[in-house]
Design a binder for this molecule. Structure first.
Ligand code: ADP
Ligand code: TYD
Length: 210
């Protein structure tokens, strides 16, 4: 098996099952001898904590400022010498991220337009292209049921209307990015955890030609 490190990202609306599937994919890859590391955006670096303050409503910024903050956090996610994606890949470790620039294109795209979000992300040399994006597609009603059963406080994006609009924007983002040559796989996330995990693993293993 070609064991070179890959960069895989998961996308989908809140509650689609990203954390669950990332954990299962990491376990399955490790079993096959592929070293992995998991991270998420917003990151746990100070650049990501500032975003969490906005999402929780503790700090108010304009929509454009928030898009800039996400892009800066993403660049930091790539280049940070303490566990950043570039360091991981150079050490032969496959990096798996819970969300990446497709989230900005969907969530911030609704607010400030896709062109502006693409400019902030795709024209930044510190923001690398993933080897694979796995989009977990779930209808917002189901995602809200799952979020409610997690008993977590609700963030500013977690309403039916917003999730529905975001999901539709995600479809547009995926089409646009596939047309730009990106490797994106869309998986029906309304099924059982195991069925989804099996499709996710199949999609990921194609990166190693197996
Ligand atoms: P995300 O990271 O996309 O927000 P999670 O993986 O945290 O989603 O899943 C949200 C909730 O739904 C969790 O409580 C999780 O246990 C549950 N869940 C995840 N996948 C499934 C599934 N396929 N079917 C039913 N519940 C699921
Ligand atoms: P989080 O609690 O991580 O949500 P989830 O568990 O569903 O991934 O919150 C991240 C929120 O930030 C989520 O609602 C999506 C939003 N977001 C953006 O708006 N733009 C972005 O670029 C990213 C990475 C996330």
């Amino acid at each position: 098996m070609n064991n070179s490190a890959k960069f895989i990202v998961f996308e989908g609306i809140d509650g689609a099952g990203k954390s669950t599937q990332i954990r299962l994919l990491a376990e399955a890859l490790e079993k096959r001898g592929i070293k992995t590391s998991q991270s998420a955006e917003p990151t746990s670096y100070p650049s990501g904590r500032a975003i969490r303050d906005v999402l929780a409503g503790r700090v108010t910024v304009s929509s454009d400022e928030l898009a800039v903050m996400f892009a800066a956090d993403r660049a930091n996610h790539n280049t940070n010498p303490d566990g950043g994606i570039n360091c991981l890949l150079e050490s032969g470790i496959t990096a798996i991220s819970d969300r990446y620039y497709y989230s900005s294109m969907a969530y911030q795209g609704v607010q400030i337009g896709l062109e502006r979000v693409m400019q902030l992300n795709l024209e930044n040399p510190d923001i690398r292209r993933p080897d694979l994006c796995i989009f977990l597609d779930l209808e917002p009603r189901q995602s809200l049921d799952r979020i409610e059963s997690r008993h977590e406080s609700t963030e500013i994006f977690e309403t039916y209307e917003y999730l529905d609009k975001t999901r539709k924007t995600f479809f547009n983002v995926i089409d646009t990015m596939i047309a730009r040559g990106e490797n994106i796989v869309c998986i029906d996330a309304s099924r059982s955890v195991d069925d989804i995990a099996s499709d996710v693993l199949d999609a990921a293993l194609k990166l190693w030609d197996c």
